[in-house]
Ligand binder design. Sequence first.
Ligand code: PTT
Ligand code: SF4
Length: 612
Amino acid sequence: MDGWTGQILRVNLTDCSWRREAFDEDFALKWIGGRGFALKILYDELAPGIDPLGPENKLVVAVGPISGISAPNTGKTVVAAKSPMTGAYGDGNLGTRVTEKLRKAGFDALIVEGRAASPTLLYIDDEKVEFLPADEIWGQGTYATNDWIYARYGKGAGVLNIGQAGENLVRYAVIRSMEGRSGGRPGMGAVMGSKLLKAIVVKGSQPIPQAFPAEMKAMGRDDLRAVRALDQASGWSKQGTTGVLSWCDEVAALPVNNFRQTHHPLSHQVNGPALQAATVAVYGCPNCTMQCGIAMLDTERRESELDYENMGLLGPNLGLFDITQVATLNYMCDDFGIDTMSGGATLSFYADAIAHGAAAGDLRFGDFEGFRDTLRAIAHRDGPVGNLLAEGSLRAARVFGHGSEAYAMQVKGLEVSAYNCKFIPGMALAFGVSPIGAHHKESWIISYEITQTPRESYGRDKAQKVVDLQRIRGGLFEAIVSCRFPWIEVGWGLEAYPKYFNAVTGREWVLEDFWPSADRIYALMKLFWLREFPDTDRKADYPPAAWFDPANADTDGPIAGKHLEYDKYDELLGHYYDIRGYDHRGIPTRETLERLGLAAEAAAAGAHAVIS
Ligand code: PTT
Ligand code: SF4
C-alpha cells in the first residue's frame, strides 16, 4: 500500500511477546496516521475507566504517510495513551529519528502493552524485537540515558526515553529524544514509566513505501531549500518560538506570577533577543532546514534549549527574570523529563496558593532556589509537597481547597500554555475546547484574534476560526505527521502537503479531502471523553475561572479592568458546538457521528454515554 507500510508492531512487556499486524486501506484513508491511528487504536482497545498508570493502558507511537520522507520538517512522531492528567485521550508530538527508523523497520505504529517485570529497553531493528535490561540507566536523567544509548547503538538510532519524572510517575512527565526534543505533555512519559519502559531504540533499513519516490525526492529537496530560504529571509529561527514573548508582553498576554499579571517591565531580560544574544548551539528535528532548538548556558554552564513556552512558564510566570536561571529550571525539566509547561504552571500555582493562604510553605515568586528545589522534589516525589505537586495543579488544588481551584491554570486537568487570556476570548475558547486539555497546539488563534479582530468580540467568526485551525493543526499536521512550523512561522503554503501526500500514496487529494478525517478525529476524541466522563457538560470546556474574575483583572496596561464574561463565553462555546455539530453538552450528535462514519464508535461509547 503506497504511502503506508500497512503494518503495526504490537509488543507486550508483560510476557515479552510481539507480533506484526496488518491494517488495510480503509483504515489508512479514514484515520491517515499519527494521532488518527493512535486515537482509533486506543479507543477500540482500552476499556473505559482503566487506570492510565496501570498495565492496561497502552502507549502508541505513530507516524503518518509523509513522516520521515525527504520533505520539509517531516521528522515528527506522535506519542499517545490514555492521559494520567486528563483521564481521556492524550498525545504529544516530538522530533525524533524514531520517525524515519520506525517506517524503515516496516511499521507505521508501535503499540506497547502490559508492564515489564523490571526496567526494560525495547530494541527494534527491522525483523528483530528485543526486551533488554535497563537497570543500568534506571534512575538516570534523560541526557545520561541518551548518551548511554548512543554509546551502544550509535547516534543514528531512533531513541525515545524518559527521565526520573517518568519513572516516578509524575503525571506530567514527557518522553524525550535527541538533544532537546520533548513530547507528550499529558503524561506520556509517566505511562512509559508505569510500564518500567526506560527507552525505545529503533533501527530500520527498508525503503519507505512511496508511489513516486523519485519525484518525491526531487520535490522534497527543492522544498527543503525553499523553506530554508523563507526562514533566512524572515530570520525566524534566530529566536525560534521565543520571538513571540515580547509581543505577548506588549499585547498583555504574557503569564506573570501564575497568570496574575499579563506584562512586566523586566520581560525584556527573558525574551527572544536575550536568548539570541546568549545562543551557544542550535539543534533541531530530522529533515529540518529551519532548526529552532536554540540552546544557551544555564547557571551551571550546561546547555539548555529554550522555547517560548518554557521561557514564559519557567520565567515571568514564576517571577523570574534572569534568563540563566530560567535556563537552569528548563535544563532540569529536560533532564528529569518533566513537561516545562505543566511543571512551570504547577510551581506557579503552588507559590500563588501559599500567597493566598491556601497552602503552607515559604515559596515566593522570584525565589529561584525555592523553585529549583521544589522541582527536584517533584521529579523524585520527595516529601509531601513534591509528591502532591507531581499530581499537577488541579489535583493539588483539590487538596489545598480554600477556592484555590479557581487559579489552578488548567483545563481538563492539563495546564494552560503560556498565553494569558484574561481578555482574549477566542484563544480562551481554543484552550477550553482543546480535547487533550489546555494546549495551544490545537488552535493558536491568538495572533489572528488580536491583530485582525476586535479583541473584545465573542463573535461566531472566532469559533469558526478555532474550528478551522483545529482542522489544520490537530487534524492535518498531527495525522500526516509533520512539523507545522514551516506553515505557521515562515509562510510555507498548506497546498504543499496534499502534494507530498499524493506523491507517496499515489492519490489525487486536495486540502479539503483531509477535513473529514480531521473532524472525525475531533469527534472521536470527544467520544473518548464522554465514555470516561458520561455526566460531562459544557463546563468541561471552560477555561480557568481566574480569567473571569473581575478582582483578577489587570490594574494597568492595555487591558486594565478587563476580564472574560461568563454569558458571552458560553454563547461563543455554543457557536463552536453548533459549527461542529455537537449538542448542548459538547457531545457530537448522532447525526454528526453518522456523517463522519463513526456509528460503530458511537455504539461502543456504551449505554451510559447518552448521545442525542
Ligand atoms: C509540546 C510542548 C511545547 S510546544 C513546548 S515549547 W512549543 C514545551 N517543550 C518542552 C521542552 O522543550 N522540554 C520539556 N521538558 N518539556 C516541554 N514541554 C512543552 O511541550 C517542539 C516544537 C514546538 S516548541 C512546537 S510549539 C511545535 N509543536 C508541534 C506540534 O505539537 N505538532 C506538530 N505537528 N508540529 C509541531 N512543531 C513544533 O514543535 P507536546 P519537539 Mg513537543 C525542550 O510535544 O506534548 O505537544 O508538547 O516536540 O520536537 O521538542 O518540538 O513553543
Ligand atoms: Fe523541529 Fe523546530 Fe524544525 Fe519544527 S522547526 S522540525 S520543531 S527544529
